[in-house]
Ligand binder design. Structure first.
Ligand code: ACM
Length: 524
């Protein structure tokens, strides 16, 4: 009897280990996964074959991304463990097909980008795999995947507080792992100007001094060489970098450097604007944008355009603005603002770039062919509706739930709360609701989603980590995975291994499962 029990127990254990396929821990969750029983067991040395030379940069990028996990030997045989197949039917989209069998993994796609996303899936399969006898145990599956939205972005504000090259590179690497593809770089604002402009060097030597907490902090900014390095680092990961040069408001740092182009400000926002009445302002800003365009290959330049009314009181009495109003028959400061934004949008057009602006630009009647709107004021849904009804392409980044300077837990002291509202992981994950005004009817105009990290209350990189993660993981799934495939409980299960990975990279994330493990870093 005793032996029979033991035998039954042994058989049960054997069956249960056989029957349990390896768990799928991917974030964002692919849109179609079919699984089979069994597993693919791989040592920490694999072979790779790519069927097209065009894939060489993607392969070397992947090799370096996984080198601490597996070494990859390039071979010239379709029998390789990892077979990358650029299909004859070329496209320029993010979709890929992946099949793992007991022998190996095949990825096919119509573009190197699609192959790269398939490889990010493989990278996650390795990262989150169980190990048995020193081998990775990978699930057998067939994935047919493409994203819900083409724009899956992150905005980082480096004017209020500066993060620096190494932190930006880490963010880009983690974005790539999450199949995020847009890095919107907020490089100028009131506290500091962070991009070297060779024709106006004081923008950084003077305008780069200070930050939101310390107006005397030594100048911090990116040289053009560093900017090129970041753009290349991002491009290697299929991330497009979009510069934002905020105007006509949020210009105080630039105005410290070149006060001759200042349009003044208001009591609470001194020297906040560029001067829209001074013809020389347009020459100056166009020269800046020309340098920006020569650095950034993106077809977009973000012009800002937000919150001008905070600091344009001085326009009421400025002699240049008054003469502009007379000459152009402009009756209100809003019309002056529109005049300025239209002139600068024309400059952007001559640089062969497309304008992006915050949702204030909807009021300025720019061409909808050459401008894209970022809807950020969650409390003004009518701005989203207006953008859509005027046929603008729109990126959704409403403060609630996509601004990560809002706290993510009621107990957190530092960060924004509006009327007691803040941004939980769950809220970010469940965005966008179908009930968003105009959303379902105009889905073709919605380019996608973006998380925005404004850094007034993010004074250091520890706080940057804490506010960004794991909400950015949730945003990546909101941007990639179709509604019918999303499930917050399953996401939370898959998030746990991702958090372990973030830990291994020394990322100080907020831990929603064990909040006491990562207390809120001090801030003001
Ligand atoms: C913004 O956050 N002021 C666009």
């Amino acid at each position: 009897m005793k032996y029979l029990n033991l035998l039954v127990l042994t058989v049960l254990i054997a069956c249960s280990t056989n029957r349990q396929p390896p768990k799928i821990n991917l974030i964002p969750l692919p849109n179609k996964i079919e699984t089979e029983s069994g597993s693919l067991k791989l040592k920490n040395k694999i072979t790779l074959y790519a069927n097209n030379e065009v894939l060489t940069p993607v392969v070397s990028q992947f090799k370096s991304e996984v080198k601490s996990l597996v070494s990859v030997e390039i071979v010239n045989s379709e029998k390789a463990t990892l077979f990358l197949k650029l299909s004859d039917k070329k496209n320029n989209n993010d979709s890929y097909f992946l099949k793992s069998t007991k022998k190996g993994i095949q990825i096919s796609a119509g573009s190197p980008k699609g192959i790269y996303y398939g490889l990010q899936t493989v990278r996650q399969l390795f990262l989150f795999a169980e190990k048995e006898d020193g081998k990775f145990v990978l699930p057998l599956l067939t994935i047919t995947d493409s994203p819900r939205f083409s724009w899956r972005g992150l905005m980082l504000d480096e004017s209020r507080h500066f993060s620096g090259v190494e932190k930006v590179k880490q963010l880009l690497d983690l974005m790539a792992l999450h199949k995020l593809n847009i890095f919107h770089w907020h490089l100028t604002d009131a506290p500091g100007w962070r991009i070297e402009i060779k024709s106006y060097p004081k923008l950084t030597t003077v305008g780069g001094i200070g930050n939101h907490t310390n107006p005397d902090a030594q100048a911090q900014f990116y040289t053009q060489t560093e900017i090129e390095e970041i753009i290349k680092y991002a491009a290697d990961r299929f991330i497009e970098v979009i510069p934002e040069i905020d105007m006509p408001g949020h210009a105080s740092a630039a105005n410290r450097a070149y006060p001759e182009f200042s349009g003044g400000g208001s009591k609470s926002h001194p020297n906040f604007t560029f001067n829209p009445g001074n013809e020389k302002t347009y020459t100056y800003l166009t020269a800046i944008l020309r340098e920006v365009a020569s650095l950034f290959p993106s077809k977009y330049i973000h012009l800002g355009g937000d919150e001008v009314h905070f600091g344009n009181a001085a326009w009421n009495t400025d002699k240049y603005v008054l003469s502009l109003m007379k000459r152009e028959k402009l009756k209100t400061l809003k019309e002056v603002e529109s005049y300025f934004v239209n002139r600068m949008a024309d400059s952007i057009k001559t640089l062969n770039r497309t304008v992006i602006g915050w949702d204030e630009i909807v009021d300025h009647k720019l061409s909808n062919k050459n401008s894209v709107v970022m809807w950020w004021r969650h409390d003004k849904p009518e701005k989203l509706e207006a953008a859509l009804s005027n046929n603008y392409n729109v990126i959704l980044c409403p403060r609630i739930p996509l601004y990560f300077d809002f706290v993510q837990n009621a107990s957190h002291k530092c960060g924004r709360k509006w009327g007691g509202k803040f941004v939980t992981l769950e809220l970010t994950y469940s965005f966008p609701p179908d009930s968003l005004p105009g959303f379902k009817q105009n889905i073709n105009l919605i380019k996608g989603l973006q998380a925005d990290v404004c850094t007034e209350q993010i004074q250091n990189n520890k706080r940057l980590d804490f506010m960004t993660w794991p909400r950015l993981s949730a945003m990546s799934e909101a941007g990639w995975t179709n509604n019918e495939n999303k499930n917050i409980d399953d996401f939370k299960r898959r998030l746990k291994p991702m958090l372990n990975y973030l830990s291994s990279k020394n990322v100080y994330f907020y831990n929603p499962f064990y909040p006491n493990q990562t207390p809120e870093p001090e801030g003001i």
